[in-house]
Ligand binder design. Sequence first.
Ligand code: AMP
Length: 339
Amino acid sequence: MQIIRNASLTSHRMSIRTSPTRLSAWSAAARSFSSSSPASLFRNSLQPVAHDEAHSDPRHARMLRMLMFGKPGAGKGTLSGRLVKKYDIVSLSTGDLLRMHINDRTEVGRMAEEIVAQGGLVPDELMLQVVTSKLDRLHNKHWILDGFPRTFAQGELLNTHLNKQNTPLSLVVNLDVPDDIILSRISDRWVHLPSGRVYNLSYNPPKVEGFDDETGEPLTKRPDDNPEIFARRLEKFYSTTSPLLDFYARLSQAHISTPPHRHPHQHPHQLAFHTTPPHRLMMQSISGTTSDEIWPELERVLKDAFPGLKERVESADARRRHSLSDAIASASMNAAISK
Ligand code: AMP
Protein backbone atom coordinates (compact mmCIF):
# COMPACT_ATOMS: atom_id res chain seq x y z
CA MET A 1 0.00 0.00 0.00
CA GLN A 2 1.31 3.46 -0.91
CA ILE A 3 0.86 5.70 2.10
CA ILE A 4 2.46 9.08 2.61
CA ARG A 5 3.20 9.40 6.28
CA ASN A 6 2.91 12.75 7.91
CA ALA A 7 6.47 13.64 8.84
CA SER A 8 5.48 16.25 11.41
CA LEU A 9 3.59 13.63 13.42
CA THR A 10 6.73 11.65 14.09
CA SER A 11 9.02 14.16 15.80
CA HIS A 12 8.45 14.37 19.52
CA ARG A 13 10.81 16.42 21.62
CA MET A 14 8.86 17.87 24.53
CA SER A 15 8.77 17.13 28.22
CA ILE A 16 5.48 15.71 29.45
CA ARG A 17 5.56 17.29 32.90
CA THR A 18 3.83 20.66 33.29
CA SER A 19 4.79 23.50 35.63
CA PRO A 20 2.49 26.40 36.67
CA THR A 21 4.36 28.65 34.20
CA ARG A 22 3.81 26.14 31.48
CA LEU A 23 0.12 25.89 32.34
CA SER A 24 -0.38 29.61 31.80
CA ALA A 25 1.46 29.25 28.51
CA TRP A 26 -1.02 26.47 27.68
CA SER A 27 -3.93 28.81 28.43
CA ALA A 28 -2.47 31.60 26.33
CA ALA A 29 -1.91 29.19 23.47
CA ALA A 30 -5.46 27.93 23.74
CA ARG A 31 -6.87 31.46 23.76
CA SER A 32 -4.89 32.50 20.71
CA PHE A 33 -5.95 29.33 18.94
CA SER A 34 -9.62 29.85 19.74
CA SER A 35 -9.93 32.81 17.41
CA SER A 36 -8.14 31.26 14.46
CA SER A 37 -9.10 27.63 14.09
CA PRO A 38 -10.37 26.41 10.73
CA ALA A 39 -14.02 25.61 10.19
CA SER A 40 -12.96 22.30 8.64
CA LEU A 41 -12.30 20.95 12.13
CA PHE A 42 -15.98 20.11 12.34
CA ARG A 43 -16.89 16.90 10.56
CA ASN A 44 -19.70 18.40 8.57
CA SER A 45 -19.18 18.56 4.83
CA LEU A 46 -22.78 18.36 3.68
CA GLN A 47 -25.44 21.04 3.55
CA PRO A 48 -27.76 21.20 6.56
CA VAL A 49 -31.41 20.71 5.79
CA ALA A 50 -34.13 23.20 6.58
CA HIS A 51 -36.05 22.73 9.82
CA ASP A 52 -39.69 21.72 9.70
CA GLU A 53 -42.54 23.69 11.19
CA ALA A 54 -42.90 23.43 14.97
CA HIS A 55 -44.17 20.06 16.12
CA SER A 56 -46.52 19.42 18.98
CA ASP A 57 -44.33 16.67 20.50
CA PRO A 58 -41.89 18.51 22.82
CA ARG A 59 -39.18 15.96 21.97
CA HIS A 60 -39.02 17.54 18.51
CA ALA A 61 -37.57 20.69 20.04
CA ARG A 62 -34.94 18.78 22.04
CA MET A 63 -31.37 19.52 20.96
CA LEU A 64 -28.80 16.77 20.67
CA ARG A 65 -25.78 17.65 22.78
CA MET A 66 -24.09 14.34 23.03
CA LEU A 67 -20.96 12.71 24.40
CA MET A 68 -19.66 9.75 22.41
CA PHE A 69 -17.96 7.86 25.19
CA GLY A 70 -15.78 4.75 24.98
CA LYS A 71 -12.31 3.24 24.97
CA PRO A 72 -9.76 4.36 22.42
CA GLY A 73 -10.46 2.36 19.27
CA ALA A 74 -14.08 1.60 20.23
CA GLY A 75 -15.36 3.29 17.07
CA LYS A 76 -16.28 6.75 18.43
CA GLY A 77 -14.87 8.53 15.38
CA THR A 78 -16.38 6.10 12.88
CA LEU A 79 -19.85 6.26 14.40
CA SER A 80 -19.80 10.04 14.89
CA GLY A 81 -18.76 10.35 11.25
CA ARG A 82 -21.71 8.21 10.14
CA LEU A 83 -24.16 10.25 12.19
CA VAL A 84 -22.80 13.51 10.83
CA LYS A 85 -22.99 12.22 7.28
CA LYS A 86 -26.61 11.15 7.64
CA TYR A 87 -28.07 13.76 10.00
CA ASP A 88 -27.89 17.50 10.50
CA ILE A 89 -25.33 17.16 13.30
CA VAL A 90 -21.87 18.62 13.83
CA SER A 91 -19.18 16.57 15.52
CA LEU A 92 -16.11 17.69 17.34
CA SER A 93 -13.24 15.33 18.15
CA THR A 94 -10.54 16.50 20.52
CA GLY A 95 -8.13 13.90 19.14
CA ASP A 96 -8.68 15.26 15.60
CA LEU A 97 -8.29 18.83 16.83
CA LEU A 98 -5.00 18.01 18.53
CA ARG A 99 -3.67 16.09 15.52
CA MET A 100 -4.43 19.04 13.27
CA HIS A 101 -2.64 21.39 15.64
CA ILE A 102 0.35 19.06 15.71
CA ASN A 103 0.32 18.79 11.94
CA ASP A 104 0.06 22.58 11.52
CA ARG A 105 2.82 23.17 14.11
CA THR A 106 0.64 25.62 16.07
CA GLU A 107 1.60 26.56 19.62
CA VAL A 108 -1.05 24.19 21.02
CA GLY A 109 0.23 21.48 18.70
CA ARG A 110 3.84 21.90 19.80
CA MET A 111 2.76 21.66 23.44
CA ALA A 112 0.56 18.60 22.91
CA GLU A 113 2.78 16.68 20.49
CA GLU A 114 4.92 14.68 22.89
CA ILE A 115 2.02 13.94 25.25
CA VAL A 116 -0.15 12.60 22.44
CA ALA A 117 2.75 10.60 21.02
CA GLN A 118 3.32 8.93 24.40
CA GLY A 119 -0.38 8.13 24.93
CA GLY A 120 -0.68 10.61 27.83
CA LEU A 121 -3.40 13.16 28.53
CA VAL A 122 -3.09 16.83 27.63
CA PRO A 123 -3.75 19.07 30.70
CA ASP A 124 -7.41 19.73 31.53
CA GLU A 125 -7.15 23.50 31.40
CA LEU A 126 -5.83 23.55 27.86
CA MET A 127 -8.32 20.94 26.70
CA LEU A 128 -11.29 22.79 28.13
CA GLN A 129 -10.34 25.98 26.34
CA VAL A 130 -9.68 24.18 23.07
CA VAL A 131 -13.11 22.53 23.29
CA THR A 132 -15.27 25.37 24.59
CA SER A 133 -13.94 27.81 22.02
CA LYS A 134 -15.58 25.50 19.45
CA LEU A 135 -18.70 24.50 21.37
CA ASP A 136 -19.64 28.08 22.07
CA ARG A 137 -20.14 28.56 18.34
CA LEU A 138 -22.59 25.70 18.13
CA HIS A 139 -25.65 27.23 19.78
CA ASN A 140 -28.84 25.97 18.12
CA LYS A 141 -26.99 23.10 16.47
CA HIS A 142 -27.10 19.42 17.24
CA TRP A 143 -23.62 18.30 18.22
CA ILE A 144 -21.51 15.33 19.29
CA LEU A 145 -18.36 15.55 21.34
CA ASP A 146 -15.90 12.71 20.84
CA GLY A 147 -12.85 12.28 23.09
CA PHE A 148 -13.83 14.87 25.70
CA PRO A 149 -14.14 14.79 28.67
CA ARG A 150 -11.47 12.25 29.58
CA THR A 151 -10.95 13.11 33.24
CA PHE A 152 -13.30 13.77 36.12
CA ALA A 153 -12.11 17.38 36.25
CA GLN A 154 -12.86 17.84 32.54
CA GLY A 155 -16.35 16.42 33.12
CA GLU A 156 -17.08 18.89 35.89
CA LEU A 157 -15.60 21.81 33.98
CA LEU A 158 -17.66 20.96 30.91
CA ASN A 159 -20.82 20.61 32.93
CA THR A 160 -20.37 23.95 34.62
CA HIS A 161 -19.58 25.63 31.31
CA LEU A 162 -22.60 24.16 29.50
CA ASN A 163 -25.00 24.88 32.36
CA LYS A 164 -23.87 28.51 32.40
CA GLN A 165 -24.79 28.75 28.72
CA ASN A 166 -28.08 26.97 29.38
CA THR A 167 -27.03 24.27 26.91
CA PRO A 168 -26.61 21.17 29.10
CA LEU A 169 -25.74 17.75 27.73
CA SER A 170 -28.74 15.75 26.58
CA LEU A 171 -27.22 12.34 25.79
CA VAL A 172 -24.23 10.22 26.80
CA VAL A 173 -23.64 7.10 24.72
CA ASN A 174 -21.12 4.59 26.01
CA LEU A 175 -19.72 2.30 23.33
CA ASP A 176 -18.98 -0.98 25.04
CA VAL A 177 -16.48 -2.96 22.93
CA PRO A 178 -14.32 -5.75 24.43
CA ASP A 179 -10.58 -5.02 24.82
CA ASP A 180 -9.40 -8.02 22.81
CA ILE A 181 -11.51 -6.94 19.83
CA ILE A 182 -10.12 -3.40 20.00
CA LEU A 183 -6.54 -4.60 20.29
CA SER A 184 -6.90 -6.99 17.36
CA ARG A 185 -8.26 -4.35 14.98
CA ILE A 186 -6.15 -1.32 15.89
CA SER A 187 -3.26 -2.32 13.63
CA ASP A 188 -5.64 -2.16 10.65
CA ARG A 189 -6.73 1.41 11.36
CA TRP A 190 -5.90 4.26 8.96
CA VAL A 191 -7.15 7.85 9.17
CA HIS A 192 -7.71 10.83 6.91
CA LEU A 193 -6.18 13.51 9.07
CA PRO A 194 -7.97 16.66 7.80
CA SER A 195 -11.48 15.22 8.22
CA GLY A 196 -10.89 12.61 10.94
CA ARG A 197 -12.45 9.89 8.74
CA VAL A 198 -11.39 6.47 9.95
CA TYR A 199 -10.93 3.31 7.86
CA ASN A 200 -10.25 -0.26 8.82
CA LEU A 201 -8.61 -2.52 6.27
CA SER A 202 -10.60 -5.59 7.42
CA TYR A 203 -14.17 -4.36 7.57
CA ASN A 204 -14.32 -0.73 6.45
CA PRO A 205 -11.62 -0.35 3.76
CA PRO A 206 -11.29 2.79 1.63
CA LYS A 207 -12.56 2.47 -1.94
CA VAL A 208 -9.02 3.04 -3.24
CA GLU A 209 -6.33 1.51 -1.05
CA GLY A 210 -4.41 4.17 0.87
CA PHE A 211 -6.67 7.09 -0.09
CA ASP A 212 -9.65 8.90 1.43
CA ASP A 213 -13.01 8.16 -0.24
CA GLU A 214 -14.22 11.76 -0.22
CA THR A 215 -11.13 13.77 -1.14
CA GLY A 216 -8.76 11.21 -2.69
CA GLU A 217 -6.06 12.43 -0.29
CA PRO A 218 -3.58 9.96 1.26
CA LEU A 219 -4.44 8.19 4.49
CA THR A 220 -2.12 8.18 7.49
CA LYS A 221 -1.29 5.71 10.25
CA ARG A 222 -1.60 7.26 13.71
CA PRO A 223 1.77 7.07 15.49
CA ASP A 224 0.00 6.44 18.81
CA ASP A 225 -1.70 3.32 17.38
CA ASN A 226 1.45 1.20 17.89
CA PRO A 227 0.86 -1.67 20.37
CA GLU A 228 2.95 -0.31 23.24
CA ILE A 229 1.47 3.21 23.18
CA PHE A 230 -2.00 1.87 22.58
CA ALA A 231 -1.76 -0.30 25.71
CA ARG A 232 -0.89 2.86 27.65
CA ARG A 233 -3.93 4.69 26.23
CA LEU A 234 -6.19 1.82 27.21
CA GLU A 235 -4.72 1.79 30.70
CA LYS A 236 -5.35 5.56 30.98
CA PHE A 237 -8.93 4.97 29.94
CA TYR A 238 -9.49 2.56 32.81
CA SER A 239 -7.66 4.61 35.43
CA THR A 240 -8.87 8.09 34.52
CA THR A 241 -11.69 8.17 32.00
CA SER A 242 -14.04 5.31 32.85
CA PRO A 243 -14.92 6.72 36.33
CA LEU A 244 -16.73 9.47 34.42
CA LEU A 245 -19.45 6.97 33.60
CA ASP A 246 -20.55 7.03 37.25
CA PHE A 247 -20.51 10.80 37.16
CA TYR A 248 -22.91 10.85 34.17
CA ALA A 249 -25.03 8.04 35.61
CA ARG A 250 -25.53 10.16 38.73
CA LEU A 251 -26.37 13.24 36.65
CA SER A 252 -28.97 11.38 34.62
CA GLN A 253 -30.46 9.85 37.78
CA ALA A 254 -30.57 13.23 39.46
CA HIS A 255 -32.78 14.54 36.68
CA ILE A 256 -35.10 11.57 36.91
CA SER A 257 -35.46 11.51 40.69
CA THR A 258 -35.93 15.26 41.18
CA PRO A 259 -39.65 15.68 41.89
CA PRO A 260 -41.16 18.17 39.45
CA HIS A 261 -42.14 21.53 40.91
CA ARG A 262 -45.89 21.57 41.52
CA HIS A 263 -48.07 24.58 42.03
CA PRO A 264 -50.33 24.17 45.13
CA HIS A 265 -53.49 24.39 42.94
CA GLN A 266 -52.18 22.24 40.16
CA HIS A 267 -54.09 19.05 39.39
CA PRO A 268 -51.91 15.90 39.86
CA HIS A 269 -52.54 14.86 36.21
CA GLN A 270 -50.74 17.97 35.08
CA LEU A 271 -47.56 16.40 36.41
CA ALA A 272 -47.49 14.29 33.27
CA PHE A 273 -46.26 17.37 31.40
CA HIS A 274 -43.13 17.38 33.52
CA THR A 275 -42.09 13.76 33.23
CA THR A 276 -39.91 14.36 30.18
CA PRO A 277 -38.08 17.58 31.01
CA PRO A 278 -36.49 19.03 27.88
CA HIS A 279 -33.07 19.17 29.57
CA ARG A 280 -33.09 15.64 30.92
CA LEU A 281 -29.75 13.91 30.42
CA MET A 282 -30.11 10.41 28.98
CA MET A 283 -27.46 7.76 29.18
CA GLN A 284 -27.21 4.66 27.05
CA SER A 285 -24.64 1.89 26.81
CA ILE A 286 -24.42 0.00 23.52
CA SER A 287 -22.41 -3.21 23.26
CA GLY A 288 -21.01 -4.74 20.11
CA THR A 289 -17.85 -5.88 18.40
CA THR A 290 -17.98 -3.72 15.26
CA SER A 291 -19.34 -0.30 14.36
CA ASP A 292 -21.70 -2.01 11.90
CA GLU A 293 -23.17 -3.99 14.76
CA ILE A 294 -23.52 -0.93 17.00
CA TRP A 295 -24.85 1.43 14.33
CA PRO A 296 -28.54 0.31 14.16
CA GLU A 297 -28.97 0.57 17.93
CA LEU A 298 -27.21 3.93 18.04
CA GLU A 299 -29.43 5.28 15.29
CA ARG A 300 -32.54 3.95 17.04
CA VAL A 301 -31.57 5.69 20.31
CA LEU A 302 -31.09 9.00 18.53
CA LYS A 303 -34.25 8.77 16.47
CA ASP A 304 -36.39 7.86 19.49
CA ALA A 305 -35.03 10.53 21.78
CA PHE A 306 -34.52 13.27 19.17
CA PRO A 307 -37.25 12.85 16.56
CA GLY A 308 -36.58 16.42 15.42
CA LEU A 309 -33.21 15.41 13.93
CA LYS A 310 -33.31 15.86 10.19
CA GLU A 311 -31.60 13.73 7.60
CA ARG A 312 -29.32 15.59 5.26
CA VAL A 313 -29.99 16.22 1.64
CA GLU A 314 -26.77 15.48 -0.20
CA SER A 315 -25.52 18.51 -2.11
CA ALA A 316 -24.86 18.27 -5.86
CA ASP A 317 -21.17 18.84 -5.11
CA ALA A 318 -21.01 15.93 -2.65
CA ARG A 319 -22.90 13.71 -5.13
CA ARG A 320 -20.30 14.57 -7.81
CA ARG A 321 -17.45 13.75 -5.41
CA HIS A 322 -19.00 10.42 -4.47
CA SER A 323 -19.56 9.36 -8.05
CA LEU A 324 -16.00 10.45 -8.89
CA SER A 325 -14.51 8.34 -6.10
CA ASP A 326 -16.75 5.39 -7.12
CA ALA A 327 -15.45 5.74 -10.68
CA ILE A 328 -11.82 5.79 -9.50
CA ALA A 329 -12.47 2.76 -7.30
CA SER A 330 -14.03 0.72 -10.09
CA ALA A 331 -11.27 1.75 -12.55
CA SER A 332 -8.55 0.62 -10.12
CA MET A 333 -10.44 -2.62 -9.46
CA ASN A 334 -10.73 -3.29 -13.22
CA ALA A 335 -7.01 -2.61 -13.63
CA ALA A 336 -6.20 -5.05 -10.79
CA ILE A 337 -8.44 -7.75 -12.32
CA SER A 338 -6.96 -7.39 -15.81
CA LYS A 339 -3.35 -7.75 -14.51
P1 AMP B 1 -8.20 10.20 20.38
O1 AMP B 1 -8.10 10.44 18.92
O2 AMP B 1 -9.51 10.64 20.96
O3 AMP B 1 -7.84 8.79 20.78
O4 AMP B 1 -7.09 11.16 21.08
C1 AMP B 1 -5.71 11.04 20.76
C2 AMP B 1 -4.88 11.60 21.88
O5 AMP B 1 -5.15 13.01 22.05
C3 AMP B 1 -5.12 11.00 23.24
O6 AMP B 1 -4.41 9.77 23.42
C4 AMP B 1 -4.61 12.11 24.15
O7 AMP B 1 -3.21 12.13 24.17
C5 AMP B 1 -5.06 13.38 23.44
N1 AMP B 1 -6.41 13.80 23.89
C6 AMP B 1 -7.55 13.78 23.16
N2 AMP B 1 -8.59 14.22 23.88
C7 AMP B 1 -8.09 14.52 25.09
C8 AMP B 1 -8.68 15.01 26.31
N3 AMP B 1 -9.99 15.24 26.41
N4 AMP B 1 -7.86 15.21 27.37
C9 AMP B 1 -6.54 14.98 27.29
N5 AMP B 1 -5.93 14.51 26.19
C10 AMP B 1 -6.70 14.28 25.10
